[in-house]
Design a protein around this ligand. Structure first.
Ligand code: SF4
Length: 463
């Protein structure tokens, strides 16, 4: 599961707001900063001259069997008869148009099916989805890392068999909580027995990497119940775990959540649960990859890929997917509200040709620096200063002195990074967040937004 920020952190003076939970910044800029592109540039123009030897391919399936209360992703509950077929038909048309816009020698180094819930599709439909990726786009799924998201109810043996046979290296299961009452409280009705059965089927299918998503900060969740949930997940020896803080965002099922505790109390509880979960995993030999992601030491990775998220392009297919070239990030319209989501999916399915970008945001050189920082600094391994210098002929501290002074003043940088941020650039070879900085990743990320992106996000009306 991935979750997106619903609202910008408004930080006019460049300092963090009081809450450590401003927004989850996993991509920059967020889609709420995208706007209609008046010139609707042809895809062929957008991709001309782009480095295309190690692209990432993302296919978005905007269907789920339930709508979780915390989720603001672009997805709908189920669909009328024939809609998934029509959606795959549209994906096929879009893949054809995008492939025609790429160079003949374009290659994919990484692939992912996300959503929504890709396993909402039947086994036969998943075969077709893989065919689109392979035959239309030319991605060799058995030769590159392929990550697929699933939910317990849809992780059936027949679907998993298709995914395993087609080369899935990482299966990510959205569990959120192993405690039935907490799952209900997060408006994700499921029984632990169903979750355990799904995990058994996933392990039987033999994917090299199992990821389990869990959420902390749910109403009624205590440190003891959180660690019980974590231990239930650990019993499956997952290669990866994602620990997500709960957010309550506009237009989601939890947006009407009762005020059982004040926002400050909730922040304190989330931070305490984060630390308890992090410390538990570190003590058991897991490595922290980012605020949310933990990897079992010595566990196989989902596959080695030469794709570099800071610089390489991404081809997104489907109505909620983004695509990245070095000069433009583009997508389709974005919504959370059920009626609006249905409208956008219906429009997508009815689109005869997909040879232009319609919604997006230009990636200017200053924004590229911010994006590079966001994509690197929020990882535990931090930012390689040599890479930044090679790409931009400067250091982050020179480019963003106010931001780095604010991070340093809060103790959010490691000692070496502090030196690099405020002194000579060569005092450290990596710029890293301190453990406290990593804990505050959802405040650090928004502090790196440009004023323009902040303004666009602020004026975006959730729909
Ligand atoms: S399964 Fe739940 S969290 Fe995942 S995309 Fe669907 S509604 Fe969102």
């Amino acid at each position: 599961m991935t979750t997106a920020p619903a609202a910008p952190a408004v930080l006019p003076d460049g300092t963090a707001g009081a809450s450590p939970y401003q927004s989850y910044v996993y991509a920059y800029p967020h889609k709420t900063a995208y706007r209609e592109l008046p010139d609707r540039p042809p895809l062929r123009e957008l991709w001309a001259g782009e480095s295309q030897h190690a692209l990432s391919l993302y296919l978005h399936i905007p269907f789920c069997e339930v709508r979780c209360g915390f989720c603001n992703l672009f997805t709908r509950i189920g669909g009328p008869d024939g809609l998934t077929t029509a959606y795959l038909d549209a994906l096929d048309r879009q893949a054809g148009a995008v492939r025609a816009a790429l160079d003949e020698g374009a290659g994919f180094a990484l692939a992912a099916f996300g959503g929504g819930t890709p396993t909402y599709l039947s086994a036969a439909e998943l075969e077709r989805l893989c065919d689109i990726a392979e035959h239309r786009m030319g991605a060799d799924l058995r030769a590159i890392p392929l990550s697929v998201e699933a939910s317990p109810a849809t992780a059936t043996a027949d679907r998993l068999a298709v995914l395993a046979e087609r080369g899935t290296t990482r299966l990510s299961l959205g569990v959120q909580s192993f405690i039935d009452a907490e799952a209900r409280s997060a408006v994700r009705p499921q029984k632990r027995a169903e979750v355990e059965a799904a995990l058994g089927r996933i392990r039987d299918a033999g994917f090299p990497v199992l990821n389990i998503d869990l959420i902390y900060g749910i109403d009624g969740q205590t440190e003891a119940s959180w660690l019980r949930s974590l231990d239930a997940a650990l019993a499956w020896r997952p290669e990866e775990l994602y620990l997500y803080p709960l957010y309550v965002r506009p237009l989601t099922g939890l947006a009407r959540r009762g005020e059982a505790e004040s926002p400050a109390q909730w922040d304190t509880r989330r931070l305490a649960l984060y630390r308890a979960g992090r410390d538990h995993l570190l003590a058991l030999g897991y490595e922290q990859v980012s605020m949310r992601m933990f990897r079992r030491a010595a566990a196989p990775q989902a596959g080695v890929s030469e794709y570099a998220c800071q610089t390489d392009g991404m081809v997104g297919l489907g109505c909620g997917a983004r695509s990245y070239t070095s000069r433009l990030h583009y997508s389709f319209d974005y919504a959370v509200d059920a009626t609006e989501v249905r409208r956008i999916i219906d429009d997508y399915v009815a689109t005869p040709a997909f040879d232009h970008a319609v919604v997006g945001r230009a990636m200017t050189p200053p924004e590229a620096r911010r994006r590079h920082l966001v994509q690197s600094l929020l990882q535990a391994e931090g930012l390689a200063l040599a890479d930044y210098r090679e790409r931009f002929a400067s250091t982050p501290a020179e480019d963003f002195p106010a931001e780095f002074a604010a991070f340093a003043a809060r103790g959010w940088l490691t000692e070496d990074a502090h030196g690099a941020a405020t002194g000579p650039a060569d005092r450290a070879d990596r710029l890293r967040l301190s453990p406290e900085g990593l804990a505050h990743s959802d405040a650090v990320g928004p502090m790196l937004f440009s004023p323009e992106v902040r303004a666009l996000m602020a004026e975006y009306e959730a729909k």
